[in-house]
Design a protein around this ligand. Structure first.
Ligand SMILES: Cc1cc2nc3c(=O)[nH]c(=O)nc-3n(C[C@H](O)[C@H](O)[C@H](O)COP(=O)(O)OP(=O)(O)OC[C@H]3O[C@@H](n4cnc5c(N)ncnc54)[C@H](O)[C@@H]3O)c2cc1C
Ligand SMILES: NC(=O)c1ccc[n+]([C@@H]2O[C@H](COP(=O)([O-])OP(=O)(O)OC[C@H]3O[C@@H](n4cnc5c(N)ncnc54)[C@H](O)[C@@H]3O)[C@@H](O)[C@H]2O)c1
Length: 492
C-alpha cells in the first residue's frame, strides 16, 4: 500500500488529443506513488492498471501476510501462556474467521490506493493492459495512447522453478494462497526466504504441520547468520521442520494438490499442500519493451541508470521490475524519485546504502546497510544480547540481539536487530546511517527505559566504552583526572 494521504489537485486543462505528460503502467505501490507525485507537480497523468489498483502489497503481499501473522501470533501467545503461569485451555483456530480478519485488513486499507483516491489527486485512471508499440506510443487493450514520458511499474510475479513434476501438482504461490478456505493439513513451503519463513511460521501457529525446504545451506541466506539461526530456532519451536542445503530433484504427485518432494539428498517430504516461494520474477515480457527501446537484463529486470531512466530516455521504471530490492517502501521512494526526475528534469539519484528490510517472523529480523558478513577492513561489529535488555527479559523474549557494523571513525554502517518489533527499532539505525552518525551520537541520546531500543543503545555505549579503554585515550583521561584532582585539592 502507499502512504500518501488523499489530497486534491486541479487537473491541467489541455486539448483532448494531447499526449499525456506521464503514462504510468501499473497501479501498485510504484505506479500509485509515481502518478500522484507527477500530478502534484502539475502534470497530466494517466495511470493504467490491468486488474485492481493497490498492487501486490495490498492484495497478496505485505498486508495479508502481516494480518495472517498477527492472527497466528495470538494463537501462539495463547498456547505459550503457561510460561507466565497463564494456562489457556483448548486453543482452537477458526480458519474462516482468520481469513475474514485478513480480508478486513485489506478492505480497511484499500481506499487509500483506490481509483477514487487517485482521482482526488488528479490522476486519470483506466483499466486495461498496456503494451508499448513505439518509443512514445502504447496501446491500452488495442487502443493507442501517446505519451511525452512514461513510468513502467508492472511489478513482479512469483517465480516457479523448473522442477520435474511440479507442473503436475496444483501448487500455491503468494498470489493464490489467500484463496484457501481450509487450513492445509500438511503444508510444505519451497523456499526459506522472507515469504517461506513468514508464511511457514504463520501456518504452523494456526495448526498446519509445516516443512520448509530451502536449497541454500540455511534459511534467510541473505541475513546475518546469527539472525538466520535465531529464526531457525523459533520455527523449530513452532514445530516447523526445516530441510536446508539440498534442492528438489522431483515432485511426485499423489493427488490433485498432494504429493512428495524428493530432495537431492534422497529425503522424501510429503505434502497435502505445496506453497512455492522461491523468489519473484519481473513482469517485463509481453508489454512491448523491445518496441519501446527499453532493455532488460538476463534476469528480465528493466535496466535503469541511477536516475531510474531506462534505455529509452522518455521511459522511467520503478519497483519490483527493476533489479533493486523488492520492497514496498523502496518501490514508493523510487517511484517518487523517478517521477520528479521525469517531470522536473532534476537529477535525484538512487541511494541504496541504507535500505531497511524486515522479515516479520516472531522474532522479527530487521537489517539495514552493510551486513555483518561484509564488514570492510578497519571496521568492527559491536553487539548487545537481549539477555541484557530488561524489556526483553521482562517479556520473556531474551533470544534477540542488536549488531552494528561500525567504521574506524565510529560511524554506523549497518545494523541487524532480532527481536519483537525489531522493525521499529531499525528506524533510528537507518537514520543514523543516512546521517553519518557515530556510536557516540547514539550513546549520547537518552533512550526511554525499558524499551527494545536499549539493544542498539547499549551496543553503541559499549563501543564508546571500548574506545575509551584504548591505551592512548586512557593515558589522556588519566592526565585529565590527575589535573582535576590537583585543582580541587589546591585550597586545602
Ligand atoms: C507475500 C508477500 C509479502 C510481502 N511483504 C512485504 C513486506 O512486509 N514489506 C515490504 O516492503 N514488501 C513486501 N513484499 C513485497 C511488496 O509486495 C512489493 O515489493 C511491492 O508490492 C512492489 O510494488 P510494485 O508497484 O513494484 O509492483 P506491484 O505491486 O506488483 O504492482 C504492479 C501492478 O502492475 C499491474 N500490471 C502488470 N502488468 C501490467 C500491464 N501490462 N498493464 C497494466 N497494468 C499492469 C499489476 O496488475 C499490478 O497491479 C511482499 C511480497 C509478497 C509476495
Ligand atoms: N517482510 C518483507 O519485507 C517481505 C516479505 C515477503 C516477501 N518480500 C519480498 O518478496 C521477495 C520474494 O520473496 P521470496 O521469499 O519468494 O524470495 P526470497 O528471495 O526472499 O527467498 C527465496 C528463497 O528460496 C530459495 N530457493 C530458490 N530456489 C529454490 C529451490 N528450487 N528449492 C529450494 N529453495 C530455493 C532461495 O535460496 C531463497 O532463500 C523477497 O525477496 C522480498 O523482496 C518481502
Amino acid at each position: 500500500m502507499t502512504t500518501d494521504r488523499p489530497t486534491t489537485h486541479p487537473a491541467p486543462s489541455v486539448a483532448p488529443d494531447e499526449p499525456w505528460d506521464l503514462l504510468v503502467v501499473g497501479g501498485g505501490t510504484a505506479g500509485i506513488v509515481g502518478a500522484k507525485t507527477a500530478a502534484r507537480l502539475g502534470s497530466r497523468v494517466l495511470l493504467v492498471e490491468r486488474e485492481r489498483t493497490g498492487g501486490d502489497c495490498l492484495w497478496t503481499g505485505c498486508v495479508p501476510s502481516k494480518a495472517l501473522l498477527a492472527a497466528a501470533g495470538v494463537a501462539a501467545g495463547a498456547r505459550g501462556g503457561h510460561r507466565f503461569g497463564i494456562d489457556v485451555v483448548g486453543v482452537s483456530v477458526d480458519f474462516a474467521k482468520v481469513m475474514e480478519h485478513v480480508r478486513g485488513a485489506i478492505a480497511h486499507i484499500a481506499p487509500v490506493d483506490s481509483v477514487e483516491a487517485l482521482g482526488q489527486a488528479s490522476v486519470s485512471v483506466r483499466t486495461g493492459t498496456v503494451r508499448f508499440t513505439g518509443p512514445d506510443v502504447a496501446e491500452i487493450d488495442g487502443t493507442p495512447v501517446r505519451f511525452r514520458q512514461a513510468l513502467v511499474a508492472t511489478g513482479a510475479s512469483p517465480a516457479v522453478p523448473p522442477v520435474p513434476g511440479l507442473d503436475e501438482v496444483e501448487h500455491l504461490t503468494s498470489e493464490t494462497v489467500w484463496g484457501l478456505s481450509e487450513l492445509p493439513a500438511q503444508l510444505v513451503v519451497l523456499g526459506g526466504g522472507s515469504i517461506g519463513c513468514e508464511l511457514g511460521q504463520a501456518f504452523a501457529r494456526l495448526g498446519s504441520t509445516v516443512s520448509v525446504v530451502e536449497g541454500a545451506a540455511r534459511i534467510l541466506p541473505r541475513e546475518d547468520p546469527l539472525a538466520a539461526a535465531a529464526i531457525a530456532h523459533a520455527l523449530a519451536e513452532d514445530g516447523v521442520e526445516l530441510h536446508t542445503g539440498y534442492g528438489v530433484a522431483r515432485v511426485e504427485p499423489t493427488g490433485r494438490a498432494a504429493g512428495v518432494l524428493h530432495l537431492e539428498s534422497g529425503q522424501r517430504v510429503p505434502f497435502s499442500c505445496l506453497l512455492v516461494a522461491v523468489g519473484r520474477s519481473p513482469r517485463t515480457s509481453g508489454i512491448g519493451l523491445a518496441e519501446a527501446g527499453v532493455e532488460v537484463d538476463d534476469q528480465g529486470c528493466v535496466v535503469v541508470d541511477d536516475l531510474l531512466r531506462t534505455t529509452n530516455p522518455r521511459i522511467w521504471a520503478a519497483g519490483d521490475l527493476t533489479g533493486h530490492p523488492q520492497l514496498t517502501h523502496l518501490a514508493g521512494v523510487h517511484a517518487s524519485l523517478a517521477a520528479s526526475n521525469a517531470i522536473l528534469g532534476v537529477r535525484r539519484r538512487v541511494d541504496l546504502t541504507a535500505v531497511p528490510r524486515v522479515t516479520f517472523t516472531d522474532p522479527e529480523v530487521a537489517a539495514v546497510g552493510v551486513g555483518t558478513d561484509e564488514v570492510p577492513t578497519g571496521s568492527r561489529v559491536v553487539g548487545w544480547s537481549h539477555t541484557h535488555v530488561d524489556r526483553a527479559v521482562a517479556e520473556g523474549e531474551p533470544a534477540g540481539f542488536a549488531r552494528l557494523v561500525v567504521d574506524g571513525r565510529g560511524r554506523v554502517l549497518g545494523a541487524t536487530v532480532v527481536g519483537p518489533r525489531a522493525g521499529e527499532t531499525l528506524g533510528e539505525l537507518t537514520l543514523a546511517i543516512t546521517q553519518g552518525l557515530t556510536t557516540r551520537d547514539l550513546a549520547r541520546a537518552t533512550h526511554a527505559y525499558p524499551t527494545y531500543n536499549d539493544g542498539p543503545w547499549n551496543a553503541a555505549i559499549s563501543d564508546v566504552q571500548e574506545q575509551l579503554r584504548r591505551p592512548a585515550t586512557r593515558r589522556a583521561l588519566g592526565v585529565l583526572a590527575r589535573v582535576r584532582r590537583w585543582w580541587v585539592s589546591r585550597d586545602r
